[in-house]
Design a protein around this ligand. Structure first.
Ligand SMILES: Nc1ncnc2c1ncn2[C@@H]1O[C@H](COP(=O)(O)OP(=O)(O)OP(=O)(O)O)[C@@H](O)[C@H]1O
Ligand SMILES: [Mg+2]
Length: 305
């Protein structure tokens, strides 16, 4: 059944029996029908039998600290999934495991049916995992277009010698890269900024550029680490639309970490909650918001600031 999409704060107020805030004329979101998969998770029904990511018993220790422990998660091929939890819960560490910044101490990561054990960061990127970082990492002194082209280079069509000596095939690739970079920038309405210096862009635009650069690697799974951090409400609302657009246009999966609960509850279909390195709950936004353990560990503390 479709439901009216209110803000997360409005839903919480309603749950606590308080008068809801103004609804701000939000549109109605279709309920995603979620179906179970074997490892105690759910994926959208449209992705049944089509899983892009499967983590089994994943874990990593830093000295005596079990930063991530027995992490099991399945993400459907076109799912928008969320990973939430308090500061220091281990969320970014999970992304570092998925992208092989760290090799796991224990467990398995399957990407589109392929075991990624022992793969390097570059290899796993070529296999289809791209990410953005909690703190923006762009080549500040390069142009916007060049930042995107760096992402495109994992699909390079000419050899290093052809590039160094500027052989014809290099120019063909270069022209194709420019064309593709502009197409990708256009997804976020940034094609007009192509020649700007990346470091000169406003903060929100730099965050969007990071996403475009990640998309340029042609991922199957896009990991976004706090994409709305530092954004104002208008930029966040716009970002939500863009994340949906990426999923719809590129037909890829998106796993995002975010503390902005309006964004998480508004666009994620399945959500996993991490606390002290362990998943304490998985479910739909509705299930997560009603889960007493999650409210105690995280959501109950969110509104206090
Ligand atoms: N390389 C490392 N060496 C030692 N400890 C680490 C390392 N990386 C992360 N940790 C620890 O692992 C825990 C999880 O950190 P992580 O950055 O994954 O948290 P997070 O959930 O992303 O938090 P936040 O919401 O604040 O970004 C923390 O206690 C952190 O100090
Ligand atoms: Mg983090």
């Amino acid at each position: 059944m479709p439901r009216t999409e209110g803000t997360y704060k409005a839903q919480r107020a309603a749950a606590e029996g308080k008068a809801p805030e103004a609804t701000k004329g939000k549109k109605v979101r279709e309920h995603t029908k979620m179906v179970p998969v074997p490892n105690d998770y759910i994926i959208p029904e449209r992705d049944a039998g089509k899983v892009v990511l499967e983590c089994r018993h994943l874990g990593i220790d830093f000295g005596g600290l079990h930063a991530v422990e027995d992490f099991n998660l399945t993400v459907g091929k076109t799912e928008i999934a969320g990973l939430i939890g308090p500061n220091g819960a281990g969320k970014t560490t999970v992304f570092n495991l998925l992208t092989k910044v760290y090799q796991p101490t224990r467990g398995t990561i399957m990407l589109d049916g392929v075991d990624t054990a022992g793969m390097s960061t570059d290899r796993v990127c070529r296999e289809g995992i791209a990410r953005t970082f909690q703190n923006i990492r762009l080549f500040d002194s390069l142009t916007v277009a060049d930042n995107v082209k760096i992402g495109l280079h994992n699909q390079i069509a000419c050899t290093m010698a052809e590039g160094i000596f500027r052989f014809p095939r290099h120019w063909i690739s270069e022209n194709e890269f420019q064309k593709r970079a502009l197409e990708l920038l256009d997804v976020f309405g940034m094609a007009d900024n192509a020649d700007d210096i990346a470091g000169s862009l406003p903060y929100g635009a730099q965050r969007r550029l990071e996403i475009v650069r990640a998309l340029a690697t042609n991922p199957k799974l896009l990991l976004l680490d706090e994409p709305a951090a530092g954004m104002n409400p208008v930029e966040t609302e716009e970002l939500m639309g863009n994340i949906r657009k990426i999923r719809d246009d590129f037909q890829i999966a998106i796993l995002l970490i975010e503390h902005d609960m309006d964004l998480v509850m508004g666009i994620c279909e399945g959500i996993a909650v991490l606390n002290f390195g362990k998943i304490i709950a998985k479910g739909t936004p509705e299930q997560i918001q009603a889960n007493p353990q999650v409210i105690e560990a995280y959501l109950g503390k969110q509104g206090e600031d």
